[in-house]
Structure formats: C-alpha cells, structure tokens
Design a protein around this ligand. Structure first.
Ligand SMILES: [Mn+2]
Length: 340
C-alpha cells in the first residue's frame, strides 16, 4: 500500500469516529459553490453511504450562476438542497472546500462542525476534536475525496468521476495552475471513468444573454496599467462572474495580473488572477480587502467580498482600485482603456 493510501485509510477511520453519536450528517460546501466544492460534497456523501453506511444531506448557500456549474448540478440531478436556517443540534456538519472561519463558509465554527476537508490555507478556530484534512498545497479538494474513495475501495460511478474530474480540472485550470503530483494522480485515475459526452455538455453549456452583456461591460470598462488589467462589471448577474471575467482578461498579452470587480446583492465581489509563477494573489487580496470584508485564495487565484453597507458602489470600487494599484506599484494616471 502506498503512503498516500495509508494516510487516506487513517483519515477515513478518524472521520468515522468524528461522526459517532450524531443522528444526522449535513455536508456544507462553500458559499456560491464551484465545481470543486459541488463534486467534493457529492463525493463525500457517496463515500459515507457506500463505505460507512451513513446517509447525509448536502446543504448549500448562495448562488450557482455560472452556466457550466448549473449544467453540472443538472447532470448530477440536483444533489443539494438549500442550507436550512437552523440546523438541528444533533446534526454533524462536515465542511468541504472551505473552513468555518473563512469568509465564504456559510456555517460558523461550533461543536456541530465535526469535520473539515479543504485545500485552502489553514484558518484558526476549529474545535480541537474536529476531524480535519487540510492540505493547502493541493490544487483541489476533489483530489482528497478521490484518494478517500480509492482507499475505501469504493467503485466510482461515471457521474461521480465526471464531477470530481471537472472539479480538479477547473480548480487547477487543467492541471496548469497549482496542481501537485497528487492532483495529477487523481485526475489520471478518474479520466478513464468519466462520461465524456456529459463533460462536453457541461463545459460548453449555453449562456444567457446577460453573460455577453457583462463581457461587453468588462471590455468597455477595462483599463490596462502596464502589466495589470482592471475591469469593473457594475452590477453582476451572479457573484462568480468576477472570477470568470478575471480568467478571461488574464489572456491579454503582456498582462501579469488581472482584477475584476462587480456588485452582487449589495456586496462588492473582487477576483484576482496572476500568471506569476510565484503567485501572491491570496496575500494581495487580503491586503486590499483588509478589515472591510473577507478574502482568501491561492497563489495564482484569489477573491474577496466587501459588504457595501449603504456606501455607494462606485466609491468602494474606486477605493479598491486605488489599493490594488498601490499594492502592485502602478500609477493610476498610467491607465489606458482596454478598447477605444
Ligand atoms: Mn477548491
């Protein structure tokens, strides 16, 4: 048995212990769940059912807006329900792809949180007896769940392989962003098991006209400051659009950093991407957001949220832009429109 498989066995036993004595299990992915969060949640539920004979629900919060993510949820036959406003006290909560003290986690740290499986930098505040598998070096949480399924010798059906594969693929940008040998191993294990027709349909899901309107806004408002591009989407149809557009703008020749901002539900959503090998996006977004909101992420992709609390969006957006340019040593006056 490999060292990784041995580790997964130990983790599975610890997870089972953490759930003992609880009547119900609720799996919670991060707010506005992305494919990695969705896949990790459904995989954990499948693992609990098949390996430990424990049934569980998945409770999610926020918006699933991106057309690909909506297509994934449809393909999985809508496996999640809305997070209940009050979780019964005898329920064990398992958090995936985030941590209770992170800004994008819909549940706070409490004794009800019995486990956390995540690949973001470790946050403080977990109960000491809480099960944890936190591996910030990994490209995706879906990699951890794939290791568990393999260690438990649970056969992975095509729908689950497709979800996990897509989770790793999107979080690592096709293994090119922050992927480790463990992510590559999970990806290659899953690949022969996936439903390729379904994956093609998910990845090429049709988008609403609002998507093109917002792309137009991004291009129209985009400004280039030497190797930094900043775009303001105004009001966004859904919150993860900021990340989607930041990815898109990073393709501009000569650009090392792309930043996209927009407002959804009275919150300014900020997304950062960088091509720099040494990263720094997570640290940068934390410096920019500071105490005004919450921020998190990895070296090459990160994001933050600032509640407007009645302040005019244009004012908050201008302040954030100023801080970003300052952090990246750019002069505001040097900004040239992306298109004229
Ligand atoms: Mn993830």
């Amino acid at each position: 048995m490999s060292e990784g498989a041995q580790g997964a066995h130990t983790k599975l036993a610890a997870l089972r212990d953490a759930l003992s004595g609880r009547h119900a299990v609720l799996i919670v992915p991060h707010t506005n769940p992305d494919p990695d969060a969705i896949a990790s949640a459904v995989a954990l539920r499948y693992l609990l059912t098949e390996h430990l004979s424990i049934s569980a629900d998945i409770g999610w919060y926020g918006v699933i807006g991106r057309a690909e993510n909506r297509a994934l949820v449809r393909y999985l036959r809508r496996p999640m329900r809305r997070l209940p406003t009050k979780v019964p006290s005898d329920t064990a909560i398992l958090v995936v792809d985030t941590q209770p003290s992170a800004g994008n986690c819909p549940v706070r740290a409490s004794d009800a949180v019995r486990g956390v499986i995540d690949h973001h930098p470790q946050q403080a505040g977990l109960p000491p007896e809480c099960f944890r598998d936190l591996r910030p070096a990994l490209g995706a949480t879906a990699t951890i769940l794939t290791e568990y399924l393999r260690a438990a010798d649970v056969a992975v059906p095509a729908w689950l392989a497709t979800a996990l594969f897509y989770g790793i693929k999107t979080d690592t940008s096709g293994l090119s962003r922050g992927a480790t040998p463990a992510d590559v191993a999970a990806y290659l294990f899953l690949q022969p098991l996936i439903d390729t027709t379904a994956l093609l349909e998910i990845e090429h899901a049709q988008v609403p006209i609002a998507y093109f309107q917002q792309l137009y806004a991004a291009v129209r408002t985009g400004k280039v400051y030497r190797d930094v591009v900043v775009a303001d989407l105004g009001t966004m149809a859904y919150p993860d659009l900021a990340g989607e557009v930041a990815d898109f703008l990073l393709r501009l020749e000569g650009v090392q950093w792309s930043v996209c901002m927009g407002v959804h539900d009275d919150v300014l959503v900020l997304s950062l991407r960088t091509r720099r090998k040494r990263g720094g996006a997570g640290r940068l977004v934390q410096a920019v957001v500071g105490k005004d909101g919450t921020a998190g992420g990895h070296g090459m992709a990160a994001g933050g949220q600032i509640p407007l609390r009645g302040a005019p969006a244009a004012e908050v957006t201008a302040t954030v832009r100023q801080r970003i340019l300052q952090q990246l040593d750019q002069i505001p006056e040097d900004g040239v429109p992306l298109v004229t």
